[in-house]
Ligand binder design. Sequence first.
Ligand code: GDP
Ligand code: MN
Length: 381
Amino acid sequence: MKLHEYQGKELLRRFGVNVQDGKVAYTPDEVRQIAQEYGQAVVVKAQVHVGGRGKAGGVKFSPTPDKAYENGQKILGMDIKGLTVKKVLVTKAVDIDKGKEYYVGMIVDRNVQSYTLMACAEGGMEIEELAVEKPEAIIKHRVDPVAGLRPYEAREIALKAGFEGNLNKLADMMVKMSKAAFELDANLVEINPLFVGEDGIPLALDTKFDVDDNAMYRHKDLADWRELEAEHPLEIEASNYGFAYVKLEGNVGVLGNGAGIVMTSLDVVNRAGAKPANFLDIGGGARADIVYNAVKLVSKDTDVKAIFINIFGGITRADEVAKGVIQALKDGILTKPVRMRIAGTAEEEAKSLLAEVNSDLIQMYPDMFQAAEAAAQEANK
Ligand code: GDP
Ligand code: MN
């Protein structure tokens, strides 16, 4: 779950990170009020779940409350990379020319089976751009998953990266950021820019914070921050059914029983010359009603031109799968061709159920390659 800047900053504050003061506003009037209250220059910042807001015009320096009001008007309602700005963060501005902008971040790194801490003296830019333009300037360090980031390691990294300022405080900020990542099960925490002013004291001006969805049960207090409108509507529906569902960009709806078989199905669809429209795992032992819901969900996707169902019946009974699909057809929910392979338990029963229905829309194949090819052909028509 991606968090907004103001939410990420709130979490970092809880871990003792020195964060720039700021308040959220929903209207230009609120923006003005906050600017007046602060009695100094502010920055008005779009709160949307994308990076690079600055370049897109979503971050504006505002020397006076009137200017802040004006910028609030400009930014609220603005479209940034397809997302509408509904709220802004109004922060006390720093004098960016009188200091330095650095980058620090923690990411889950599968290659090292732990977090990797990254530090770079060229802050402000997105890390993805930095990695292309100045890869040698990024210092990487594997963080021990048991001990965490030790202060001496953090000091060493700050030195290697070429950070200037109060070294102990810089290291301390990194240690606190890494604690936040560990304790909140973050996939990613970035502080960018990490600002160091003339006094040498580090201050977090922006953060990206992404909490692992699979760990949300441990962070119930963060669940309120989930913004459904920012998610794909079909993904919300799928999570209500308890399905593992991921929307993809192709035109063949894919469903199967188990993550492994669905992954394989995606590959097979690709091999057949089409692109999968989704990943959908109905789980093991699914009954007709679950299959019905899965078919309903995939059918709602307007990108889907054909559906490929790949079931290997062990505890999942093929006849239950057939019943679910047939019911969806009878109810008029299923309007796209279904090409399926259902093998294993109760396969014969499934075949005879489908033979009874005798609809062009539903066809069964002896193996998954043929079924996938038939689905790909239908989708590419
Ligand atoms: P992002 O573009 O989405 O990463 O948004 P940031 O919060 O990182 O802001 C983008 C840029 O705006 C930063 O790199 C800074 O150059 C600038 N900026 C952010 N906060 C301040 C501030 O308090 N004062 C000034 N003068 N510039 C700021
Ligand atoms: Mn930033």
